[in-house]
Design a protein around this ligand. Structure first.
Ligand code: ATP
Length: 311
């Protein structure tokens, strides 16, 4: 077979969703941003992004969570590919196919995950071979959650979330995610947070001792007690039913629950795989949630699961 007869080269990358175990939000700065202190945690709910050499740029989205995802240049994955091409002086169009399993607009950073996956996939397809630091820098320009999704695991984020530092985190955790009908817009949740805070002076945030101790211990009960999110009150204010979901999960045995990022997904941590299964069944039966998903964390960040064929 000649190389011309081979199927187009393609690379597929699997990328996890994230939950913020702690999301502490400082006061709004003049440029509109809020300084954050967050603990990111990647979980094994994955999107898969395939990039293939193609005569022109294109994008397609499939899978259980594809509804409402843009299939044009505004898709974060397309922006990631274009940005890497620009920076590396590459003029080789790709077709991007996203298989979406991460809930959309749920506070689990699905779009950011696809952007991280696309950077890793294009880097391999084009042979640009950038270092992790170089990829993280490009990622940070695409969105504040994107750098974390390159590496995954459990990590601390500061600045707008894009400045990463390692944390000592032991253990693995069983999660149940309660999904809600409809999404919450991240800017709308921040605006509501500002409104609820009024004129109150908010100090710059730093990680809590309770969360650091819980992560060092690897104890799910301590982690459950330490979960916190400064955007939670704002998310509940915009979507009051979330308060009922939180109450239901705790009543059904969760060790702790928290709105994930800007919501509306709620993350519950459970004691064991069985406890997570029971919790998922009870939440579904209660009728308070639209859907539930189970996952474990930490999970690896964006990683290649198939490489281009040689030739
Ligand atoms: P975050 O937790 O980072 O705030 P999120 O999980 O709440 O994000 P996303 O799933 O990333 O939200 O989607 C937010 C919006 O981004 C969507 O409503 C959609 O219009 C747009 N979007 C652009 N690219 C993507 C993508 N690849 N996947 C999902 N949404 C995308």
């Amino acid at each position: 077979m000649t190389s011309a007869a081979l199927p187009p080269s393609s690379v597929t990358v699997r990328v996890p969703a994230k939950v913020n175990l702690e999301l502490l939000v400082g006061g709004r700065r003049e440029d509109g941003y809020h300084p954050l202190s967050t603990i990111f945690h990647a979980v094994n709910l994955f999107d898969e992004v395939t990039v293939s050499s193609a005569p022109q740029w294109g994008i397609a989205v499939s899978g259980p969570q594809s509804f409402g995802v843009p299939v044009d240049g505004t898709n974060l994955a397309a922006r990631a590919a274009q940005r890497l091409a620009e920076i590396s002086g590459i003029d080789e169009p790709v077709h991007i196919t996203i298989r979406k399993d991460i809930p959309v607009a749920g506070g689990m950073a699905g779009g950011s995950a696809d952007a991280a996956a696309t950077l890793v996939a294009c880097d391999q397809l084009w042979g640009t071979r950038l270092s992790r630091a170089e990829l993280e820098e490009i990622a940070g320009g695409l969105g504040s959650d994107v750098p974390f999704l390159l590496g995954g695991g459990t990590a601390m984020g500061s600045g707008r979330g894009e400045v990463l530092a390692p944390v000592l985190a032991r253990g693995s955790y069983h999660w149940v995610f309660a999904l809600s009908e409809g999404g919450l817009s991240t800017p709308a949740v921040y605006a509501e947070c500002d409104r609820l805070r009024g004129d109150r002076e908010i100090p710059d945030p730093s990680p809590s001792a309770a969360m650091m101790t819980a992560l060092r211990s690897g104890d799910a009960r301590a982690l459950g007690a330490a979960l916190s999110n400064d955007l939670q009150a704002a998310a509940i204010s915009l979507m009051p039913a979330l308060g009922d979901v939180l109450d239901a999960g705790l009543e059904f045995g969760a060790l702790g629950g928290v709105v994930s990022g800007s919501g509306p997904t709620i993350a519950f941590v459970a004691d064991s795989n069985e406890a997570a299964l029971d919790l998922a069944v009870s939440l579904t039966a209660s009728g308070t949630v639209q859907d539930v998903r189970r996952a474990t964390g930490p999970a690896h960040g964006a990683h290649v699961i198939s490489a281009p064929r040689p030739g």
